[in-house]
Design a protein around this ligand. Sequence first.
Ligand SMILES: [Zn+2]
Length: 258
Amino acid sequence: MPEGDTVYRSAEHLNAALAGTVLTRCDIRVPAFATVDLTGERVDNVVSRGKHLLMRIGAYTLHSHLKMEGAWHVYRRGSSWFRPAFLARAILANDAVEAVGFELGLFEVIERDREDEAVGYLGPDLLGADWDPPLAFANIRREPAREIGLALLDQRNLAGLGNVYRAELCFLRGVLPTRPVGEVRELEKMIELAWRLINANKDRPQRVTTGNLLRDRLWVYGRAGQPCRRCGTTIERGELGDTDLQLRATAWCPSCQR
Ligand SMILES: [Zn+2]
């Protein structure tokens, strides 16, 4: 599942390829918007907002979310794609490149001046100009009985974190993901660490939380059953979610985290 850093990089990449150019092809394969044709319109910019992508084209914004398997690829025109064409949901091209959105979890075309209706509910963006640590803190603290592992993933509190950062932040701060928010000591430091980690990773393809760029890049995420890198205790795995439908796996060290 892409996290905010991946989406930020996608936006940078798309912006470099499309901003300031005129679309020569616009092929939207999401049924509700299949008749929308922005050919001839100028792309103003592409930005990320938490884990959402906003492509601003003429009077419209193409709003997408990658969810589990989604990705935007940029190809030189005429080169072959890395994913099968039947998975493409949107194709935008200018004279030089083709941007293809594959398996987008969410895709909609909205009027640009109504972007707020699509993403206005998001909390401060860890990778955005609006980043506001005291607001993120206040948002999380509003529900003191909620598990910290759920509060960190709630994009209304702060935008950009996914499963990987959730697990790694809880490990680095020595807190079980099931610990109620009200019992997390120095929550400000956890928020500050979230900002530092995601910003350190925003320009590199490999996500690192251990400081080791070459190997052993993560502390606990994806390591259930293996020994903790700090104390050797076996990493445990469990599921956390507000509802049964939203359960997502997380991992922790039962010795290092309390
Ligand atoms: Zn440990």
